[in-house]
Design a protein around this ligand. Sequence first.
Ligand code: TRP
Length: 332
Amino acid sequence: MKQIALTGIKPTGILHIGNYFGAIKPALALTGNYDARYFIADYHALNTIKDPKELSALIRQVAAGWLAAGLDPDQVIFYRQSSVPETLELCTQLMAFTTKGLMNRAHAYKAAVQANTERGEDPDAGINMGLYTYPVLMAADIMLFDSDVVPVGQDQVQHIEMAQDIAQAVNYNYRQEVLKVPQALVQKSVAVVPGLDGRKMSKSYGNTIPLFAPEKELRKLIMRIVTNSQAVEEPKDPEGSQIFLLYKLFAAAEEQTALAARYRGGGMGWGEAKEELFRVVNRELSPMRERFEALITNPGALDDILKRGAEKARVIARATVGRFRAAAGIDS
Ligand code: TRP
């Protein structure tokens, strides 16, 4: 039997090329080797996004984006967290086994407190209980589906450790394996994608290239990538250029070798290097953009996919909360 892998996707921003190489591609690569489950973590997003139009649009765009990028809903389970209300029941069940001290130690909460303190504000200013108890909801997401592994970046490892603590507290109390204790699958070698200004591509730096930007906008953004002032005729170092680093993510090995030689040989200006980059980026993204447009303009089809996913998910979810209830003496 394959191990179960579960990935949560927080719909808090429109998808960009950094998300694609840093999160989407590596997560989708697990399909096949694992019994894979992917979900849109909309209740996690609610902690920060309070505008209903914005949240609803982001949920749809992110769901359509993962499907357009190759997520196959027939091969995996793909659902919205909010469509599986058992998540919230398990969350409540876990609350009774989660110490307040554990939550006090969470990095995200501590960072928020520190930022408040530095600004001279009340330590808990602007911190809602959703943020404070975020690790419990995440533990529920994970344990609800008997996940063996959770592929995450380094920043999420503490959350998995907390989920382990909570699961062990439950299992120890009832002297049986009520919940599976999950393991983090840390993906170290994922690509760091340079943004328009050369720093890591990130929403918070405002230097992103949206994954589904229309062709014209995509071209415009690529033309805006910051370069040094080397003249056309000067030989250029491909590895020192973020245009080339981006090119490498999209081009075949032979294309990379050929273009690197042109950089080194001189006679190619940054404008031309950007044209080459646009060509390979658009080549990979245009079929995805078409699939994305088809899903976003057909909300019924998208809803159907998510609804079927939720139905599959709830079968597993009901079993888990039932196991907990039985162990705890709360019979239905
Ligand atoms: N906390 C994760 C993030 O910020 C998203 C997430 C929510 C998640 N629940 C999860 C990831 C469960 C893995 C498993 O990216």
